[in-house]
Design a protein around this ligand. Structure first.
Ligand SMILES: [Ca+2]
Ligand SMILES: [Zn+2]
Length: 503
């Protein structure tokens, strides 16, 4: 029997390494900033990659005339997690930053496992409560404390109760030589609001034979259809949408996704959701009391609250789900090894959803720093003081991954973003010190430029280092100081590799 796992969750760890590492930059798609600058930048990136025996991934342009070059390593054909870096290169060929820092040029490790796979699998299953199925993924080399370890990787699943359907729970690594469990990432379960509420809006559709369809000619890849996925978009003879609940939900989704796309371009210098001009389809009428992003299928899915009958399609929720897409399409494409990455993905969704809400400035859903307020009886999450929801921590702490709901782990970085944008006048800081805000647009640029340095070991400390580096590149000392103070205010201190400027 072939088991088909159904990923009814967001934040599943996205693209596996083999496909990801095959990618190379495409100079044609990078045109537009002066071909010579692109060539100079690429030459510098290739020289660095060759010197350090690294493979170049998808190069993406970012804010301030810089390019972000993800580099990954393989050893005996296996991905080496924790040895990947992101270069920030400018058009003069200068390498402005290497995140998270230099990586060893060579690795010595026997990649033939001495522990049998079945034994390792039993160990992996025992790490996750309620699990009843596991898939063996490609083995990897995990860098731990600078030393390489051969690891089996397992995806752990739980039966949904429906035939051949499984929810993804975790990824677990087991040492191929000692048999010990090395760590796990908990996949994000969705739990967001309900909705259908952008009011009367205009949005772009496509003229097709016999009418119009819910797809977008200027934002390739963006479309809206009905769950389950049939590959078809909604269509009708005229361009007057909103006759059914399904149409109304798709109006919300396409409108909000288009505002997010335009916000990325106008405010963050980012082209499309993937950074290279592509978007992804959305499906409404998902049979869940939820909204979600499927990293396995590159689809955003929006359900409905059965009690209230409202689609979960407010601007911030749509922005949140596509925020997961942006998170996964950014930085190196190696799988994450730090459990904090799940909460940071949720926070990325909230930050991009909030930026979208501010950009759209729609009177039916005015800009704020809460999530899901339009569709629920009240907000689901608060960025000014995350603990207002009763669960999310206001400050970073060591046990973030032990929280019951992964969305709660978004709290600290959400709070950081609020403080950076708005300051501490209406937001308590964890160190009692004030933060002067720099406004949401600058905060957004610092955030995205930091996120574009994301590697497999992404966590709050790495995000701090990356955003300090981006503020130094994009702005001056007041902004850099604000970035540092906002991290201090949520209890994420400076690490040893933090750039020293403006200190
Ligand atoms: Ca909101
Ligand atoms: Zn989410």
């Amino acid at each position: 029997m072939r088991v088909v796992p159904v990923i009814s969750i967001v934040c599943v760890l996205g693209a596996l390494t083999t496909a990801a590492l095959a990618g190379t930059s495409d100079p044609v798609r990078l045109k537009g900033r002066g071909t010579s600058q692109v060539q100079v930048m690429e030459k510098a990136a290739h020289t660095y990659a060759d010197q350090h025996h690294l493979l170049i991934g998808k190069i993406t342009p970012g804010p301030g005339q810089t390019w972000y070059v993800p580099l990954s390593r393989r050893h005996n054909g296996l991905a080496v997690l924790g040895a990947d870096v992101v270069l920030v290169v400018d058009g003069t060929g200068r390498i402005r930053d290497v995140t998270p820092g230099d990586t060893p040029d060579t690795i010595t490790l026997d990649t033939k496992a001495t522990v049998p796979e079945e034994q390792a699998k039993r160990t992996a299953l025992a790490q996750v409560k309620g699990a009843d199925m596991s898939d063996t993924m490609e083995s990897v080399v995990l860098m731990r404390g600078g030393a390489p370890t051969l690891a089996y990787a397992f995806d752990i699943w739980r039966s949904t109760g429906r035939a051949e359907e499984y929810d993804g729970l975790s990824r677990v690594w087991v040492d191929g030589h000692s048999g010990a469990a090395l760590g796990k990432i908990v996949y994000g379960q969705t739990a967001i609001g309900q909705g259908q509420n952008t009011g009367r809006v205009t949005f772009d559709t496509k003229k097709v034979d016999g009418g119009f369809s819910m797809s977008d000619t200027t934002r390739p890849g963006l479309s809206c259809g009905k769950f389950p996925d049939s590959g078809k978009y909604l269509s009708r003879a005229d361009d007057q949408w909103g006759a059914t609940d399904t149409e109304r939900a798709c109006v919300d989704v396409l409108y909000a996704a288009q505002r997010e796309w335009d916000m990325l371009g106008s405010w963050l210098d980012r082209k499309g959701f993937d950074g290279l001009g592509r978007g992804y389809p959305a499906l409404v009428d998902w049979d869940q009391d939820n909204a979600g992003w499927s990293a396995a299928k590159d689809r955003a899915m929006f359900g409905r609250d059965p009690a209230r009958g409202r689609a979960m399609t407010s601007i911030d929720i749509v922005g949140h789900e596509y925020g997961h897409a942006i998170y996964h399409a950014t930085g190196t494409e190696d799988e994450y090894t730090d459990p904090e990455s799940t909460g940071l993905s949720e926070s990325t969704g909230d930050i991009l959803g909030t930026l979208t809400e501010h950009f759209a400035n729609n009177p039916a859903d005015p800009p704020d720093f809460t999530i899901g307020e339009v569709v629920g009886p009240g907000p689901w999450r608060y960025m000014d003081k995350p603990s207002r929801d009763g669960e999310s921590p206001d400050c970073w702490r060591r046990d973030l991954n032990a929280l019951r709901d992964v969305h709660a782990a978004a709290g600290p970085q959400n709070h950081w973003f609020y403080l950076l944008a708005q300051g501490s006048a209406n937001s308590p800081t964890c160190n009692g010190r004030p933060v002067t805000g720099i406004g949401i647009q600058k905060a957004g640029r610092v955030f995205i430029s930091g996120l574009m340095r994301k590697t497999s070991t992404w966590n709050h400390a790495a995000a701090r280092r990356a955003t300090v580096a981006s503020a130094l590149e994009l702005y001056g000392c007041p902004e850099v100081t604000a970035v540092r103070s906002a991290w201090d205010a949520i209890s994420v201190p400076a690490g040893p590799t933090e750039p020293k400027g403006c200190a």
